[in-house]
Design a protein around this ligand. Sequence first.
Ligand code: BG6
Length: 367
Amino acid sequence: YFSVAPSLFGDLASRLHKWELTNDQTRIVVEKPFGRDLASAKALNASLAEHFDEGQIYRIDHYLGKETVQNLMAVRFGNMLFEPLWNSQYVDHIQITVAETVGVGGRGDYYDRSGAMRDMVQNHLMQLLCLIAMEPPSKFDPDAVRDEKLKVIRALDPVAPHHVVRGQYDASPDGPSYREAVEDPRSRTESYVAMKVGISNWRWAGTPFYLRTGKRLVARSSEITVVFKELNHSIFGEKQDHRNTLSIRLQPNEGITLNVTIKEPGPGGMRLVDVPLDMTFADALGEEAEDPPDAYERLIMDVIRGNQTLFMRGDEVEAAWAWTDPIIAGWETRGDVPKPYDSGSAGPGDAVQMLARDTRVWREVKP
Ligand code: BG6
């Protein structure tokens, strides 16, 4: 289990081999970060490939071990209900939020060389995006699933500069600012990023995906929300502002909420109201759902069982970097400076404006 600096991966692999500590049954687990750009990820893949087959390499992204993340696939492909609507004809847009309350803490040295884009978007948010957007694999098998995820990444549009907002948290009474935490008063690394992403394929052309993640935000809350389109015609006359939304809460309080429009009870005409069909897994499924196993427990068990479905394949990681690299390169060339935001807020106001330009609003970040 290589939970070490990536610069050691190649040496570890070759020495394990040299001292005959491996055979064709050996599996190696590789922690993130898997490279910091496409070139370094390719070099890492090549150095591991010298001594191990792809089937022996388990690249961990612990988000794939989270119960509710796997549930994305169960909800989509285990129900007849959603899949027919899961496309640009019915879906207005999709929001993916991974909000954290923690700051960079004692990891300033690593984090300041990465930023939210490399630390969260290239891997965790990318995986969530893939699971939400991918075509149904023909079966729940490692390569069938990973082939479909790879197609999503390869169909991602390049991101225009005005479709990205970067932020850096300010100091608050209960914590230092980002720049103080990383001990660099001029750091230009982002602790927050929000972006509008397009997927150029038959299913999603025209439906934007809004992604955001940040540290020192108002709540620890990860959620994916599918916002369906407005009715194309209302028989009730009034201007409709009712939309169905399907929210999948990854953490905390794992669960799913479907907002449906019904008649407001009582006399006096037909007034419509949106109500949640709410299923908190802990309520519906009892104790086991209340305390799901740690993501790593699940993933390590899969390594022992030899199941790679929830691990990233080499080509997937490379494709994710190929999309990420130009975005980061653009910031570097332009000398982009992240926008400051208040610790304990929902992030920089520019992110709100980015959606407002599209006449949309972010979901509230709440615990
Ligand atoms: C890690 C990142 O991969 O994921 C951290 O390096 C981040 O910066 C963490 O805090 C978030 O994981 P979780 O499971 O707490 O959502």
